[in-house]
Design a protein around this ligand. Sequence first.
Ligand code: TRP
Length: 341
Amino acid sequence: MVKPVILTGVRSNEEPTLGNFLGAFTPMVEMQKKYAGDYQINMFVPDLHSFTTPIDHSNLKQNTLHNLKYFVAAGLDLDNSDTFLYRQSYIPAHSEMAWILDCFTYVGEMQRMTQFKEKSAEHAASVTMGLMNYPVLMAADILLYGAEYIPVGEDQFQHLEITRDIAMRFNNKFGDILVVPKSTADQMRFIQRDKGLRVRSLTNPAKKMSKSSEDEKSKICLSDNPSVARKKIMSATTDSLASVNFDWEKQPGVTNLLKIKSLLSGRSQDDINAEWVGCERYGDLKISVADTVEEFLTNFHLKYKSITDEELIYKLEKSEEKMRKIAGETLLRVQKAVGLR
Ligand code: TRP
């Protein structure tokens, strides 16, 4: 029997932060634990998507491996036979499918995409066809594998909706060719992502911790030296109320520290709060959180170093062989439908 497909793309442009680890890597690993067996899990690196805005191309290939190693260090099981790990550019059907879908997608639809509008404002000097075409390639990524569930952040919901629109439009014209992914509401029900799980910036706790921020002190990168990370926690912005409370509105800085402490130590939030709420000396809380962060990074780096390029590439190549076959079958159905074969 064919298993239903869960598919997710993990971008690898910038150095991930503690926020990405807690908000994306860990949930992904938990998803694998929960659903492997009943579902097929496709995890891929959308490397063709990574230069829709300008990047440094010299380390693109290496970055892909580097980021995937983080997932493995976070606990992703490479030996699981329901999990496929692959690079988009190694499966030519993605590009070919995107071209065909392009011819059933309207320019107006792409121009209306929020992410396109934001990014084209940000990179006004180089609004490329690639940037505009981003969601169509994403639709190809999804539709080639008949994926039903696509766990993504809210910023990608609009792209999922357009994927559904494109699939339904294609099916209306050519018959039942493509699997239409579940609606956003169904996706959310299925994934049950903890929406509150957002680690905040250490320097401006009103905002989330962002990997693209130029303020190094605002974020803890997974590559940070543990002692550097320690200093960042010690200098985190708090408030002048002089009493620890778990309150995102009034005291986001200390609340963020309490949250990090709970997530990294594996202790419940109630347990952590019982220990710290009411404490007047923020310095003590910071030392405790800094200890946890330092220990976490030290262990995480050890795990990272124990993963070899060889074992990762072996998994990638085996998955890519299988995915080329699956994607090729869908592409052939589509090519036949449009009269190419
Ligand atoms: N656009 C996604 C992001 O920015 C990455 C992505 C590309 C993706 N193709 C995908 C995610 C297909 C899910 C499915 O996070």
